[in-house]
Write a protein that binds this ligand. Sequence first.
Ligand code: UT7
Length: 332
Amino acid sequence: MLEVNIKPVSMIAGTGSYLPSRVLSNFDLEKMVNTSDEWIKVRTGIEYRAIVEDGVITSDLCKEASLEALDEAKVLPEELDIIVVGTITGDVKFPSTACYVQKKIGAKNAVAFDLGAACCGFLYGISIADHMMKSTRYKNILVLGGEILSSITNWKDRNTCVLFGDGAGACVIKRSDGKKGILGTYIKSDGTLSELLTMPGGGTKYPDPSSVPDEKMNFINMEGREVFKHAVINMTEAGKLILKEVGLKSSDVDILIPHQANMRIIEAVAKKIDIPKERVFINLNKYGNTSAASIPIALNEARKEGRIKEGDICLMVVFGGGFTWGSAVVRF
Ligand code: UT7
């Protein structure tokens, strides 16, 4: 096993994910907006996305993902110290979706809170969980990314509606045995670029909803090309930086789990970090971009498909609205 000079304090002991069973294909979208299966596949790599049935809410998806992760980690809900949910599509404005998850799984001893970092919500959560483990006596932390992006997607806008999907992913963080675990995390943001990816409605900036057209107000607004450019630069920087910080090279990475937003972004980032495509995990084709849920869903699938073995080094890189970005290196 590769020698690493860092003794991890926390480790990922269980993962879970949940995707709604209703599937929306590129061909379905052809009937809704002026687009084509070919354009979507070539420009993004997406073929399908999972969309919730009416009445299903974010904490429902998170509950299912949590139960799978808890079961694998052999942790009971009442043994959880913290629940963190990364989401931009919470159940209600307040209280936090994490509090609803706490209620639904019966985690009566936990402190629960949401984390608003758009697509980076889960990875920010992992970083915070690791630091909480280092500075407290907590033993078990549940970190989630859960989104119902279909609820804030403008289904008349071909620039955005082909990109997003719904889902949730979870992981249970426990104290490390000193070998396996989180070797390092890096998180960063740049608020000067916040207007390039935003949903303006629902906050205090526009208390009068009629002051802004509905298609701008209540849906995801994105300057795609700009976001693309910054995603490649910052995910690459985050990946290289954390590898350097933990003393590893790109050739030490057994698997790269990138944020699943666009195949061309993933390919460019992997190439720049110098990780061959056989070592890159992709499920973007099946689910599209699920924001904060993207990395934990991919991580769970990669593990359950046997793509991550004991001792493997996993690099995660992410980018999202804010702008926010980050990375983590984990030994499994
Ligand atoms: O999770 C947060 C991070 N988010 C991302 O990373 C998303 C980053 N951005 C992207 O993935 C890409 O910019 C998009 C997939 C959103 C767009 O791809 P692009 O190659 O940057 O296309 P574009 O915006 O430059 O548009 C090219 C053309 C335009 O037509 P004209 O002006 O050249 O005539 C668009 O109107 O493609 C057109 N177009 C479409 N055509 C068919 C845009 N969307 C569609 C569509 N179907 N769905």
